[in-house]
Ligand binder design. Structure first.
Ligand SMILES: [Zn+2]
Length: 104
């Protein structure tokens, strides 16, 4: 019984780290960054997970992307605003990197 509490804490920490690493690996393997709309559409045809692309901030572009690919905007992570790029749909300067995904 000596050291049991410490050993349990160690094991739980190890298990937590393993689960986190597995989830991170899965997310990374199912995330694709694209820079043009042809690649965006081609990637969205399968079950791509997340597709990261520039977005200008216009609702019209978001709506057209959704109508044409069923993908919706899920997230614009803090810190991505400074990343220069072009909207994957219209080519205007992007406001940041947007994460798109389909529901399935
Ligand atoms: Zn746009």
């Amino acid at each position: 019984m000596d050291g049991l509490t410490g050993r349990v804490i160690e094991l739980l920490t190890e298990i937590q780290a393993g689960l986190f690493a597995r989830a991170l690996k899965f997310r990374d393997e199912h995330t694709t960054r694209v820079t043009n709309y042809e690649d965006f559409k081609a990637t969205m045809e399968g079950r791509p997970g997340f597709v990261i692309a520039g977005w200008c901030g216009a609702e019209a572009c978001e709506a057209e992307i959704k109508a044409e690919t069923q993908a919706t905007l899920r997230n614009i992570p803090f810190g991505s605003e400074g990343i220069a790029g072009a909207c994957v749909k219209c080519g205007k300067p992007s406001i940041g990197e947007a994460w798109f995904a389909k529901a399935y």
